[in-house]
Design a protein around this ligand. Structure first.
Ligand code: 5GP
Ligand code: ZN
Length: 115
């Protein structure tokens, strides 16, 4: 996907502060962090969102969660963190290349959603 910003990170065409990379996935720091630790875990394959993910994508999605969690801990989230996937219009997804947010830091996070 030539117009996808995260595919450009996969291709190395735009820089990212990577903390992990292998043949399937990358974990990097969010450019506009909402907390002291804010990582994004993405598959190298362009999957637009969780709504488009197929059964064949399930293994890499599991790997994003497992490796991303290890990286959050390695970045200092030793007492927990929050994992979030925004999907589509209702989920206020901004970048249409599947990504899992890992958010944390020294302090307890605010409640997930306001009532
Ligand atoms: P979404 O709302 O789609 O779940 O989140 C997209 C995230 O991608 C946002 O938190 C935004 O700060 C981050 N982001 C957008 N463009 C870039 C970029 O070029 N580099 C990095 N590292 N993060 C980006
Ligand atoms: Zn993409």
């Amino acid at each position: 996907m030539s117009d996808c910003i995260f595919c450009k990170i996969v291709a190395g065409d735009i820089p990212a502060k990577k903390v992990f990379e292998d043949e399937d996935m990358i974990v990097f720091h969010d450019i506009n962090p909402v907390a002291p630790v804010h990582l994004l875990a993405i598959p190298k394959k362009h999957i637009a969102s969780l709504a488009e993910a197929t059964p064949e994508d399930a293994p890499v999605i599991g790997k994003l969660l497992q490796v991303g969690g290890r990286m959050a801990i390695a970045q200092g989230c030793t007492d927990g963190f929050r994992t979030l996937v925004n999907t589509g219009r209702v989920g206020r997804q901004e970048v249409y290349h599947l990504h899992i947010h890992f958010v944390g830091g020294p302090d307890v996070l605010p409640p997930m959603l306001k009532r």
